[in-house]
Design a protein around this ligand. Structure first.
Ligand SMILES: NC(=O)c1ccc[n+]([C@@H]2O[C@H](COP(=O)([O-])OP(=O)(O)OC[C@H]3O[C@@H](n4cnc5c(N)ncnc54)[C@H](OP(=O)(O)O)[C@@H]3O)[C@@H](O)[C@H]2O)c1
Length: 336
């Protein structure tokens, strides 16, 4: 594994990090606890020391599973990343959307980052994770109802108390990061980034490089689409959010699949999987510190961690970028 500095902090993280959204089941059509535990252990055995989770993932379940998985692992060799600010059934802050929990009960999701709420959320996460500190504590989504300074104040308090080692954000623009940094120095920004979702390259990547902020690239496999296993007639489990999104429209799947076909000879020549080529490409991009990849079971976790062994030359990256330039996705799947 390769280990990289998390922005301007002294924290080292694994360049391939385990993402725990899907193992919480919520929005992914359920979860298998034993498979999820095996996935985390397989990652760790292959050098992945960093795990990202969030309270909203399975409404506590993902953090509990991570807590169980790390119980017998050396805590000081691991980095736990979690989040705050996506609350369910609180009727406070910015209403985000209606959803259903794993049991099928309706839940209302709010973006809420008031100071007292963050302090409470942190205690809840520490308990579920079975630890007394969080390595990186991140705001999950911006909350337009709370002044950024109030949110940063809560983080300053948690830093002083030693409950968190570093503070970061997710889904922030460069402008919002700059605003937040008038109160507190941020370690990182966790944002969507993949071969087919490159919005951040325009403004956020230059900002983070200039200010030495880590970029944690989430959904680098574009939620499984870039593994090459998803075909236009793919049947997803009930409750899986993917078929309702633009990326997974059959026509888009077809186009992405044609693009991936162009990469197959390169993958074969390296004895690598398409997904491994994709992950290596991601961590080779300027400014990207971490590829934050989800996995549901041991095999996926192992494959993803071992992507670190795949090397790509500059010419090979140029070849991939050339093929990407020819890929035209349906208009709607490219965010404005
Ligand atoms: N901060 C935020 O707002 C935010 C938003 C999204 C994600 N994230 C974080 O980023 C992490 C990763 O993103 P993601 O889970 O959305 O997407 P992803 O990493 O692009 O895709 C993960 C999914 O792809 C499939 N997969 C993974 N490895 C595979 C392999 N080797 N072979 C075949 N299929 C494989 C699995 O789903 P199936 O087996 O079901 O196909 C897995 O759940 C999340 O877990 C979460 O920690 C953060």
């Amino acid at each position: 594994m390769e280990y990289r500095q998390l922005g301007n902090t002294g924290i080292k993280v694994s360049a391939i990090t385990f993402g725990s959204w899907a193992i919480g089941g919520w929005m992914w059509g359920g979860t298998e606890r034993e498979d999820a535990l095996d996935a985390i252990w397989a990652s760790y055995d292959n050098g992945v020391t960093t795990i990202d989770t969030a309270p909203i993932y399975g409404q506590g379940l993902s953090e509990e599973i991570v807590g169980e998985a790390i119980r017998d692992l050396p805590r000081d060799k691991m980095q736990l990343l979690t989040k705050f600010g996506m609350r369910w059934n609180v009727a406070k802050g910015d209403f985000a959307f209606k959803s259903k929990d794993n049991a099928g009960n309706p839940i209302d999701i709010y973006k809420y980052t008031g100071k007292e709420s963050i302090i409470k959320e942190c205690e809840d996460s520490l308990r579920r994770l079975g630890t007394d500190y969080i390595d990186l504590y991140q705001i999950h989504w911006p909350d337009i109802t709370t002044p950024v300074a109030e949110t940063m104040e809560a983080l300053s308090q948690l830093l002083k108390q030693g409950k968190i080692r570093a503070a970061g954000v997710c889904n922030y623009s460069a402008q919002l990061m700059a605003e937040a940094e008038t109160t507190l120095s941020l370690a990182s920004n966790q944002v969507p980034y993949s071969m087919v979702e490159r919005t951040i390259e325009e403004e956020l990547v230059p900002y983070c490089i200039q200010h030495n902020k880590a970029i944690i690239a989430y959904s680098p496999l574009q939620r499984g689409l870039l593994t090459g296993k998803i075909k236009p007639d793919h049947v997803f489990a009930q409750g899986d959010h993917r078929p309702t999104t633009e990326f997974f429209k059959p026509e888009n799947i077809r186009r992405v699949d044609n693009f991936l076909d162009k990469l197959r000879p390169l993958a074969r020549s390296k004895n690598a999987l398409i997904s491994q080529l994709v992950i290596r490409w991601t961590i080779e991009q300027p400014g990207i510190t971490i590829a934050l990849v989800g996995a549901r079971d041991k095999d996926q976790a192992m494959q993803n961690a071992r992507a670190i062994n795949v090397q790509l030359s500059n010419d090979e990256i140029r070849f991939i970028d050339g093929e990407l330039k020819k890929l035209e996705l349906l208009e709607d799947s490219v965010p404005a």
